[in-house]
Design a protein around this ligand. Sequence first.
Ligand SMILES: Nc1ncnc2c1ncn2[C@@H]1O[C@H](COP(=O)(O)OP(=O)(O)OP(=O)(O)O)[C@@H](O)[C@H]1O
Length: 238
Amino acid sequence: MTVDHVSKSFGDNHVLRDFSLTLGRGENVVVLGKSGSGKSVLIKCIIGLLPYDEGTITVLGQDVASLDHAAMDQLRARVGFLFQSNALYDSMTVRENLLFPLRRHWLEHSAGEEDDMVRQALEDVGLANTANMMPVELSGGMRKRIALARTLILRPEIILYDEPTTGLDPITAREIDQLIREVQHKYNTSSLIISHDMNCVRLTADRVALLVDGRCYAEGTYAELEQRDDPKIHEFFA
Ligand SMILES: Nc1ncnc2c1ncn2[C@@H]1O[C@H](COP(=O)(O)OP(=O)(O)OP(=O)(O)O)[C@@H](O)[C@H]1O
């Protein structure tokens, strides 16, 4: 995936200014930026929920701005998105929640295949035997895992994580970080992760991109950026 010189403004509010970023196959990149710096806007541009003003975003070889509704829908089936809110349907069982993306993308499978897919996705997130539970019966960490399982059921090539550890206690947050790594290694997925949580950044990032004033201000491994003297970089690591 490449974000190439992308700009996005809302009136006089220039949120992204000539922002560029690449995400290689099997790589985890964390976008780190202050509140209001444009991280959510970036993700929305990537998945075609917001039009951008300039530049090019290419996802799995396709120019996002050129896709019609149907083509964008097909692309979204290959790109998993983990919402900060998890967005589980409270009136559906875990199994029904997991099967929802298949139904939404009109992907037909036999009942036996669906059982296998649900079982595998739940095993991947360490929550076998929860298929018949309701979301209300799950803890915050479990809900996050189920939301990830629902993303995994379509075997996405790219996963976009929006603040995956926000609202979780530190121990549960580290478990989610570990799970993000496990998924990356097991399925060779590429992930773009938005986070404020420096432990999450340290544990999940192969590379960190710093979003400052709408631009990719600096890029590097956590260790590289942590050692830089630049005050704009340092304040994130202080
Ligand atoms: N649909 C919109 N219309 C107008 N302005 C918007 C819209 N969406 C976002 N913005 C503005 O874009 C800027 C960046 O917002 P964004 O939500 O991307 O920040 P963020 O980095 O994700 O922040 P946080 O970490 O607090 O979630 C903000 O100034 C916000 O007001």
